[in-house]
Design a protein around this ligand. Structure first.
Ligand SMILES: Nc1ncnc2c1ncn2[C@@H]1O[C@H](COP(=O)(O)OP(=O)(O)OP(=O)(O)O)[C@@H](O)[C@H]1O
Ligand SMILES: [Mg+2]
Length: 228
């Protein structure tokens, strides 16, 4: 049976790609076949084969089934800006329904499809739709990556409220100390646990010397919880 998750975050740069890659590796280690998708990527660079995104390349390296680059990253935009700004600048026209159809079709080819959503929950991605609308069109439950830093209680609450307003199911949340060690981490996590009406799947600490394999191992319990 094919299953999927839509990974979003409390902000840009909170560790969505790193954690999605770790979850793909952890699910793979548990014996599942995996595919990934980065539907909309900005800041892509030109190659002889077309535009490429670092996030999409990371996800491709972490998944264990084959898919073409364009299947993983259908909308590759060259400028580093908000997705909607970049799409207008690059004259790239797409709809969330088209992206959702591609995601649903890709999901059939593996046990798990993990999708890294653009930006945060309310990031506008077309003139009409946000990241939350894309998640809704795809229909997968959402995992919220909470960037653990001062201010995250506000960002997490706003993100959860937006997801709930759209009627999206929150499969769980992962706290990630993405920005250096956080003072008062434990009481903050304790407060988040009370505020977010979903399971805390993992708390990932800041790694001054990032070890992706170690991070993936830390996500094994989360992968087990998700795939129960
Ligand atoms: N726990 C951590 N320890 C060390 N470095 C981290 C940690 N979490 C994230 N980072 C680093 O922070 C940066 C941002 O992470 P990442 O690219 O995964 O975020 P993102 O949410 O996918 O960003 P974007 O919104 O641009 O797609 C990367 O350089 C990543 O290696
Ligand atoms: Mg990313």
């Amino acid at each position: 049976m094919s299953r999927g998750l839509f990974i979003t975050g409390t902000d840009i740069g909170v560790g969505k790609t790193l954690i999605t890659s770790g979850l793909l590796q952890a699910l793979g280690a548990e014996g599942h076949t995996t595919l990934a998708m980065k539907p909309v990527a900005t800041g892509c660079w030109q190659t002889p084969d077309g535009l490429r995104s670092e996030d999409a390349e990371d996800l491709i390296a972490a998944m264990n089934q084959d898919a073409s680059y364009r299947e993983v990253n259908p909308v590759a935009l060259e400028t580093t800006a908000e997705p909607i700004v970049s799409a207008i600048q690059n004259r790239f026209d797409f709809t969330t329904d088209e992206l959702a159809a591609q995601a649903v079709s890709l999901a059939r080819r593996a046990d798990w499809l993990l999708i890294e959503g653009p930006g945060g929950v309310q990031t506008p991605i077309t003139g009409k739709d946000t990241t939350a609308d894309l998640a809704l069109a795809i229909g997968f439950p959402v995992v919220l990556i909470v960037g653990l830093r001062v201010g995250c209680l506000n960002h997490a609450t706003l993100s959860v409220e937006s997801l709930q307003q759209k009627g999206l199911r929150i499969a769980g949340w992962i706290g990630n100390e993405h920005d250096g060690a956080m003072a008062e981490l434990e009481p903050t996590v304790h407060t988040l646990e009370k505020q977010i009406p979903a399971d805390c799947l993992a708390i990932i600490r800041w790694q001054p010397r990032l070890d992706r394999q170690r991070l993936a191992r830390q996500l094994h319990p989360a992968a087990r919880k998700i795939s129960r």
